[in-house]
Design a protein around this ligand. Structure first.
Ligand SMILES: NC(=O)c1ccc[n+]([C@@H]2O[C@H](COP(=O)([O-])OP(=O)(O)OC[C@H]3O[C@@H](n4cnc5c(N)ncnc54)[C@H](OP(=O)(O)O)[C@@H]3O)[C@@H](O)[C@H]2O)c1
Length: 274
């Protein structure tokens, strides 16, 4: 039986994946903040297959907090022998700069630091799987120079656009580190082909909320449909790095100093976490 770990597995595309893999007979570990959403998704599956209840695990965590991400990593290491697929889909959109109770910039902490702690901290469990996969729902294709290594937390000049581009680029560099460490690993940065009708969790302006709701209704895909390419990637992994929009494979963004930038990123993040 495969073990699939899904951050942001209580809602949107993460929940669609959790339901799919529970129906498929896998063990699914869901991370999020809402136990009631988790229970609701398990109920939809157990109404047809009672066995799903014993294969579903919930871990409550606020992944914008470093302490919570570290706690979850330790919990997974203590309670699981391997991880076949790690899906990184927790999302909370903030248009403005926000500092967590630990003093970190919240979007950077959730959209990159937590993912960094998971991918590096769970490397041994991923190594133990025959065909390990990391699907990181960071939309690929940000410019190679999108990271401000001297100000990762964007104390100066935070904008939603800059913050978004920085985490997306950093998540691509994380794939370099992860696949160097484990050549058997499939590491995919993935974004949907078009807007997905999800919960759009976040603190959004009234305009952005309304636009997401209207566009979501008019042109949005259902999460169940949007995640079909992710299911294919997990079911038939191809070791190495790759980038996708929906089911379409993209060329990886290549910069002049990718490996050096990846190492620089690690040094800067580890410095921040010290
Ligand atoms: N929707 C789109 O059109 C779209 C487009 C491009 C990229 N994406 C990416 O696809 C991924 C999934 O997006 P989605 O729209 O399907 O998500 P969503 O419906 O907004 O759901 C967000 C999920 O993240 C969890 N979450 C939020 N804050 C958290 C925190 N601090 N700690 C732990 N979990 C937290 C939520 O859990 P609780 O509710 O339990 O708190 C929920 O399960 C994200 O990475 C997103 O950036 C989505």
């Amino acid at each position: 039986m495969r073990t699939i770990v899904i951050t942001g597995g209580t809602d949107g595309m993460g929940a669609a994946l959790a339901r799919h893999f529970l129906k498929a007979g896998d063990r699914v570990v869901v991370l999020g903040r809402s136990r009631s959403k988790f229970q609701a998704l398990v109920t939809t599956v157990t109404s047809k297959d009672q066995s799903a209840a014993s294969r579903a695990e919930y871990i409550a965590a606020d992944l914008s907090l470093v302490a919570d991400s570290r706690r979850v990593v330790e919990h997974l290491k203590a309670n699981h022998e391997r991880i076949d697929a790690l899906v990184l889909a927790a999302s909370f959109i903030r248009q403005r700069r926000h500092t967590t109770s630990e003093g970190h910039e919240a979007s950077w902490a959730l959209f990159f630091v937590s993912k960094y702690l998971f991918v590096t901290g769970l490397a041994t469990l991923l190594h133990a799987a025959e065909r390990p996969v990391v699907v990181n729902t960071a939309v690929p294709g940000a410019r190679p120079d999108a990271i401000d290594f001297d100000d990762l937390q964007m104390i100066n000049g935070f904008t939603f656009k800059r913050s978004n581009a920085q985490q997306r680029r950093a998540n691509e560099l994380l794939g370099i580190l992860a696949t160097i460490q484990n050549p058997d690993l499939t590491y995919v940065t993935w974004g949907p082909a078009r807007l997905v009708r999800s919960s759009f969790a976040g603190e959004l302006s009234t305009g952005m909320k309304a636009a997401s709701a209207i566009l979501g209704t008019l042109i949005g895909q259902r999460p169940e449909a949007a995640v079909l390419p992710i299911i294919d990637i997990i079911d038939a992994p191809a070791p190495g790095r790759a980038a996708y929009r929906g089911a379409r494979k993209l060329s990886l963004t290549v910069g002049d100093h990718d490996e050096k930038d990846a190492a620089r990123l690690v040094a800067a993040v580890d410095g921040d976490l010290r």
